[in-house]
Design a protein around this ligand. Structure first.
Ligand SMILES: [Zn+2]
Length: 683
């Protein structure tokens, strides 16, 4: 899922569980799609619509100590997580012989994760065989086979390898080799020279040192080893593409074959690597970042084997430092990644982290039970109806575009009509029978779950593409578009209040969930998605002139977001966030069109107020209220530097500033803050 574009960001997640979850102070039954009690009428909606729509929510929801950001999706996520916990506790405590195979796995894995007494007592013992393997390396010649093994168990050392659809022919699955091997969030953390970045690098080295000390090294040696890690990673980072460059599929498309790639790496026996990884030993593959791999080979050639071992040891500890390891490792890992980088003040409760872990490892075993309990067929039908309505709106929108030629419009509509709608959960559930879960072996289970996923991924190579497969588990509060498969995916966990409710009117549901459906659909036509054709091939279907016009219009948005200072001294990156910003604006516009059609068909009185709001006003407030989010400044900084999603405030205000229809609904004056003098518009 290289380019699959999701609606929500997953913040500050390094190595272990995401840190986006809350204690949840709101009772689930109080979650509303359109909630007048959240509106602050002392704020002028034409001056700051985000504050107007969300200030009541902000007052009611101070940021919990264990959160780096807490928003409305966190409210729903916490509710879903509570439901998952109940399922897991049931499976963990049931009599062994009364459970089916999936219940045994999710139950025993949850029990193993929760059993901190055993984890602490075992200490480093479960990881010792892996540490011994690294310690036994005698030369760089032995690196390839060991690296394959480490990749199999989820250790991100040096580079990444997996399967993906061929850019040129989306019906084929081939192996992809990509840059990797960094412990900091992305490459610019190694190169930026401002005071804050320099400080963060120092804190990172200190974190690596502490992890080595916990693993038994003497302090002085650990300090030297941490410096070694930073030196190797800095070389790799400098040869890697930036997060912005990685958004252009053309820059990641360098088809070659395994034999030619092997010649590019004279100091790394690729044959040994692919054999040990059970990856294809011949045939077409993609070298996503040739410059990186040249540098990787040079690093292998120039680095003494002891230093390579140090680097591997760090990434092994890093990959497992979470719920599988003793508290000291777990806490140190949290301290750097959640506290220092993202501002969390307290670690999340154990059950939350374990529930998230099982959702990640065995998502479709757990999700199957979840869906049966919480996602009835009527909900699936309702979701599908709404998706179809938004797609129809997009058809009309394409027809009405002034800037696009009839020729490109035909192609755009072809692509639109080929989009596959996936709602709720997979038709065919994943088979976990080959994954062994042993009660009391948290680290072994994690390692086997990763190896299972690694093998499952590589097994796709050479087989027909399975477009029915899901990249998110059913309880996930998120959604995505996959450009190589041209499908939109909406997990069951998302079609719930406060984003969607059959108890609320269309104005609210279209403003909220409708805009999300529109967002995902628009990803098929954003700066990245538009480069793929209806079949998912990287194949330009645009006329030169239309492409030029698209880029000019997109440039308006690049400028608009570049100008935003997210935290003092850190501006948003208009190019990095372009795809998401295009999807936000286009998506809301499509929802608006679909909602207007719906209102007209229902002969709705557009001046009649409910709770003091016209139907149109309800649409906009529902849109804004989905983004009510509290964010720590540290997290905001990390997000602005690494994440393709703009912060929630701008996902509301900046988008609405571009839509005169919004201004009209609230009678905003031309010079109001919420009205752009030069509104951007692409779709
Ligand atoms: Zn998105």
């Amino acid at each position: 899922m290289l380019f699959a574009a999701a609606i929500f960001l997953v913040p500050g997640m390094q190595g272990q569980e995401a840190s986006k979850h809350a204690t949840g102070s709101t009772h689930p039954s109080e979650l509303r799609v359109f909630d007048t009690s959240l509106v602050d009428k002392t704020v002028d909606p034409c001056e700051n619509f985000y504050l107007y729509s969300c200030n009541g929510w902000f007052k009611r929801n101070p940021l919990p100590a264990d959160q780096t950001r807490y928003g409305r999706f966190t409210e729903l996520y916490e509710l879903n997580r509570l439901h998952l916990k109940q399922i897991l506790e049931g499976a963990a405590s049931s009599q062994a012989d009364s459970r089916n195979a999936n219940e045994q796995k999710i139950g025993d894995e949850y029990a193993s994760c929760m059993d901190t007494a055993t984890i602490d007592k075992l200490g480093l013992k479960p990881l010792q065989p892996e540490l011994d393997r690294i310690a036994a390396l005698k030369s760089a010649g032995e690196l390839p086979a060991e690296l394959a093994h480490l990749h199999e168990i989820g250790v991100d050392a040096f580079f990444g390898m997996g399967s993906n659809q061929d850019f040129a022919d989306a019906s084929q699955v081939i192996s992809f080799y990509g840059a990797g091997g960094l412990g900091l969030p992305e490459r610019d953390y190694y190169t930026r020279t401002d005071a804050k970045s320099v400080e963060q690098r120092k804190q990172y080295v200190d974190h690596v040192r502490k992890m080595f000390v916990l693993a038994g090294e003497a302090d002085e040696q650990a300090g030297k080893d941490a410096d070694t890690v930073l030196a190797i990673e800095t070389r790799l980072a400098k040869a890697s593409l930036t997060v912005t460059e990685q958004r252009d599929p053309q820059s990641l498309n360098h088809p070659t074959d395994v034999a030619s790639f092997e010649k590019q790496l004279p100091h790394f026996a690729l044959g040994d690597y692919v054999t040990a990884a059970h990856a294809p030993t011949t045939g077409k593959m993609n070298d996503m970042e040739p410059k990186f791999f040249t540098e990787f080979d040079a690093v292998v050639a120039a680095t003494p084997v002891d230093q390579v071992k140090t680097y591997l040891r760090w990434h092994l500890l890093h990959a497992f430092a979470g719920t599988s390891m003793p508290d000291a490792f777990d806490h140190e890992n949290w301290n750097f990644y959640s506290h220092i980088l993202n501002g969390a003040e307290k670690q999340q409760e154990r059950w939350k982290r374990c529930t998230t872990r099982i959702d990640h490892e065995l998502g479709e075993a757990l999700g199957q039970v979840y869906v049966a309990k919480y996602f009835p067929p009527e909900d699936k039908q309702r979701a599908l109806n709404m998706t179809v309505a938004i797609e129809q709106a997009m058809g009309k929108d394409i027809d009405s575009l002034e800037w696009m030629s009839p020729e490109t419009k035909v192609k755009a509509k072809e692509k639109l009509h080929t989009v596959m709608n996936k709602i709720g959960y997979p038709d065919k559930w994943r088979d976990y029978s080959k994954l062994e879960i042993v009660r009391g072996d948290a680290l072994g289970n994690q390692s086997r779950a990763r190896a299972f996923e690694f093998a499952r991924d590589l097994a796709k190579i050479g087989k027909p593409v399975d477009k029915a497969e899901w990249e998110m588990s059913p309880p996930t509060v998120n959604a995505y578009y996959n450009p190589q498969q041209n499908n939109v995916n909406f997990p069951a966990g998302y079609f719930q209040p406060p984003f969607f409710s059959d108890k609320e009117d269309d104005a609210a549901n279209y403003g909220d969930m409708g805009s999300t459906i529109g967002h995902e659909l628009t990803h098929g036509f954003d700066d990245e998605g538009r480069q793929f054709d209806k079949d998912g091939n990287l194949n330009n279907w645009w006329t030169k002139d239309d492409e030029k016009k698209f880029n000019e219009r997109a440039q308006c948005m690049v400028k608009q977001y570049d100008a935003i200072e997210a935290v003092p001294g850190v501006h948003l990156n208009g190019k990095l966030t372009l795809g998401e910003n295009l999807a936000d604006l286009g998506g809301l516009w499509l929802a608006w069109l679909a909602w207007q059609d719906k209102a007209e068909a229902a002969h709705l009185d557009m001046n009649a107020k409910v709770d003091g709001y016209t139907p149109d006003q309800r649409f906009w407030v529902a849109y804004a209220q989905q983004w009510c989010t509290q964010t720590r400044p540290e997290q905001l900084r990390t997000q602005a530097q690494t994440n393709p999603h703009a912060p929630d405030e701008y996902r509301t205000n900046s988008v609405l500033q571009d839509l005169p229809e919004f201004a009209k609904s609230f009678n905003c004056k031309k010079d109001a803050k919420m009205v752009s003098a030069t509104p951007c518009r692409v779709w």
